[in-house]
Design a protein around this ligand. Structure first.
Ligand code: SAH
Length: 368
């Protein structure tokens, strides 16, 4: 197993322009950067010694300053539906909680509206923080609190590692794992820059989804910087009273703020904002809440789509999975007002890998 040297930074922390500046700063030509990017992303190698197009002395110099993998795989758990949870350790020194990503067959809710796949597609759900500070009442990650911000390299390596594990990169990257991406803004922006840079991972921005509990000021900045990256906002309730009970963030950014954000956003042709709605049995699937949801969405029904996520249970979280009928009823009601609405299957549930179940409990309960 690779040892992780915590004091060195990883080459995966650097964006392509940063890598170029680094080489210039040590008196090397610019093209060293493209040579290194090939070994980082085109066919990832596991040690700097294998950067065979670089002179040996330069490889030695690089290895003194940088490492490659900033996280180490400790377990994979395959769920019955084909989703695979990857459990990573951040450092050798502080095994306080594990970091998780989930590889899963894509479904319509993950794909851009224009996408009509003819062969199986895969999505990777990545984490941006170890734990989370948002405190959403239905989410297992919240119970950890915020343990650590992830570095750019720790975010990017979750994606790079798929090339080694599966021979391919995922088709879509969902920033929907542990943590609140907008609360680790710089690292997430740098990760998106690396993901979309043609000399690095070269992803089309429409194959990236950022999910936020509703950190609207940061989201606005993010959208200005990456206008084509898809945005998902976790709505989860359409009355301020209920949303504030479920998600403390509603006291800072309430429904009115979300509505005006959605209305003012500049959207590309066919681009829509996704609202995620975790359906909590008996809580936000009541006739009264559905009515509130319809009233809330109606004014901008064409700008959005809705993903209904039936609640995934975790130990210690006191909510109920909704009935299938209620979820279907919400879908039908929203479709009737012209809102594109999908039901997300709980992929990975048998390995505790579904939405809201990522609690990094590897160290305390290896059996999940
Ligand atoms: N912090 C970000 C991303 C992580 S949560 C956000 O809030 O969007 C990703 C999605 O999982 C969110 O839509 C969240 O509402 C949903 N979720 C959280 N706990 C869940 C649970 N127990 N069951 C189903 N979905 C859940």
């Amino acid at each position: 197993m690779p040892e992780l040297a915590t004091e060195k930074s990883s080459l995966y922390d650097l964006t392509p322009p940063e890598l170029e500046s680094f080489f210039l700063s040590i008196g090397e030509p610019k093209y060293r950067s493209s040579q290194v990017l090939d070994f980082l992303y085109r066919v990832p190698v596991d040690s700097i010694e294998k950067f065979t197009t670089l002179p040996l002395s330069l490889r030695g110099k690089l290895a003194k300053v940088f490492t490659l993998a900033p996280i180490a795989l400790r377990a994979t758990l395959e769920a019955k539906d084909g989703a695979v949870k990857h459990v990573y350790e951040l450092t050798t020194k502080a095994p306080d909680a594990a970091l998780e990503s989930v590889w899963m067959p894509s479904e319509p809710a993950d794909l851009a509206s224009s996408d009509k796949p003819t062969q199986p597609r895969y999505s990777l759900c990545v984490s941006t923080q170890l734990g989370c500070a948002e405190g959403c009442k239905f989410c297992a990650t919240a119970s950890l609190g915020l343990r650590r911000q992830l570095t750019t390299g720790q975010i990017i390596y979750q994606i790079v590692h798929c090339r080694t594990l599966y021979g391919n990169y995922p088709d879509t990257v969902l920033f929907m794992g542990m943590g609140e991406p907008m609360q680790n803004f710089q690292a997430v922006c740098a990760a998106v820059e690396i993901l979309t840079h043609k000399d690095a991972l070269g992803f089309s921005p429409t194959r990236i989804v950022i999910s936020t509990a509703g950190e609207l000021d940061k989201l606005e900045e993010f959208h200005t910087r990456f206008p084509k990256v898809r945005i998902a906002i976790s709505l989860n309730a359409a009355t301020d009273e209920l949303r504030s009970t479920l998600m403390p963030i509603n006291k800072r950014f309430n429904l009115k703020a979300i509505a005006s954000f959605v209305r003012s956003m500049r959207l590309e042709k066919r681009q829509k904002i996704t609202f995620e709605y975790v359906v909590l049995g008996g809580v936000n699937d009541t006739p009264e809440q559905i009515r509130a949801l319809v009233n809330f969405l109606k004014p901008f029904s064409r700008r959005i789509k809705v993903n209904l996520i039936p609640f995934n249970p975790s130990v210690g979280i006191n909510f109920q999975t909704p009935s299938k009928e209620n979820v279907l009823k919400i879908q039908e009601t929203l479709r009737n007002i012209g809102v594109m609405t999908f039901i997300r299957r709980p992929r990975g549930a048998s390995a505790s890998a579904a939405c809201g179940q990522l609690a990094g409990k590897f160290w305390t309960s290896p059996n999940f």
